[in-house]
Design a protein around this ligand. Structure first.
Ligand SMILES: CSC[C@@H](O)[C@@H](O)C(=O)COP(=O)(O)O
Length: 365
């Protein structure tokens, strides 16, 4: 997508192949800065500290991280060590494991001397495929939005949670891709953006993206969504996912489940938009089996932002000494999900629905 008229991807190799560049998402929305990842540690730290975040982008960064590691040690042990380091950075988004498995399988078949070059090409392919998948998700999801607009005869009000836009992927996004495609096609769209405490990915990143693209939107406190739904102000919810089970349970940023409950109570369609790399075909019970990342208490006790004089500042917002819990994701059971928007089309959030879109998976199982 474009920033100040210039097209960007969230991650790209330097022209001479010396390093990988990413957009530093910890500085947004107030500063647009690129960060250089020169080795395995840089990539692992970038994922862990959320310089890059969002399931698909985490996967692509891990792929490039493995490529950077191959320049220093392309042995079997090197592949193992680098994969383990990267896999340990964040536990919930399955795209991370998916990308590392794909990279490692390809690398093990290649001669050691060629592994670094091949790894960069494969990471580039994963990035390109992510862009194509997200664009296709946008096309499929935009049809849903345009149907709602036509039926209603006016602006479609979409509620989204966290940031599942182009910043969470390589380009386009998942939940926001249908919004961009519909908006670009002239469908009137307005987005309610959940601020998404504790890290405020909605207020900081989704709002930044929608501003940059000129999509009408309103940032709301996380607790406002149910009220808006009760009063007919939301037509449809679209969220992303960090891991979706073969049975259609959708794991996404903490708070997603509450929005799905409110949507169900108000008969508002609730969609999850995700590429195939987010589906964990080995799991069928998301609430029981998806590992939920527990993050630092400081994300809850403190807020970082920009003061009126332009300085970045972090302030405490919780009564000192109170214990804090910070689960970063929750699972929305498939029964609350109206449909899953993928690069292959839209399906029911059921085993049959997903297997229908990915018949090769049924065969593999
Ligand atoms: C296309 S991204 C889908 C999800 O990764 C997104 O909604 C989300 O929960 C991101 O969480 P984050 O903790 O910011 O990595």
């Amino acid at each position: 997508m474009k920033i100040d008229g210039r097209p960007y991807r969230t991650i790209f190799p330097e022209a001479d192949g010396g390093a990988v560049m990413v957009i530093d998402q910890t500085r947004l929305p107030f500063a647009f800065e690129l960060k250089r990842l020169a080795n395995l540690d840089d990539a692992a730290v970038a994922i862990r500290t959320m310089v890059v975040r969002g399931a698909p982008l985490i996967g692509v960064t891990a792929a490039y991280g493995l490529a950077l590691a191959m320049r220093e040690d392309a042995s079997e042990a090197g592949i193992e060590r680098a994969s383990a380091t990267l896999a340990a950075t964040r536990p919930t988004a399955i795209n991370l494991r998916w990308a590392l498995d794909r990279m490692a399988a390809m690398l093990r078949r290649a001669p050691e001397t060629e592994r670094a070059a091949l790894a960069f090409s494969e990471a580039g392919r994963i990035a390109d495929e992510d862009v194509a998948s997200c664009r296709a998700i946008g096309e499929h999801g935009a049809k849903i939005l345009s149907e709602i607009a036509a039926k209603k005869g006016g602006t479609v009000n979409v509620l989204t949670h966290c940031n599942a836009g182009w910043l969470a992927t390589v380009d386009w996004g998942t939940a926001l891709a249908p919004i961009y495609v519909a908006h670009d096609a002239g469908v009137p769209v307005h987005v309610f953006v959940d601020e998404t405490r504790p890290r405020n990915q909605g207020a900081a990143l989704t709002a930044f993206e929608l501003n940059a693209h000129g999509v009408p939107h309103t940032v709301i406190a996380d607790n406002a969504g149910g009220h808006l739904m009760q009063h007919g102000q939301v037509d449809v919810c679209i969220v992303g996912s960090d891991r979706t089970t073969a049975s259609g349970d959708v794991c996404n940023k903490i708070g997603t489940y509450l929005k799905a409950l409110a949507a169900s109570d108000n008969r508002i369609p609730f969609y999850a938009a995700l590429p195939f790399s987010t589906i964990d075909w080995t799991l069928s019970d998301g609430v029981r089996d998806i590992p939920i990342e527990e993050r630092d208490a400081r994300e809850v006790t403190h807020l970082t932002g920009r003061t009126d004089d332009g300085a970045f500042a972090t302030v405490a917002v919780v009564s000192p000494g109170s214990p804090v819990a910070n689960p970063a994701f929750d699972v929305t059971p498939a029964r609350l999900v109206t449909g899953i928007i993928t690069e292959r089309g839209v399906c029911a959030a059921t085993e049959e629905g997903l297997a229908g879109l990915y018949p090769e998976r049924r065969k593999a199982a």
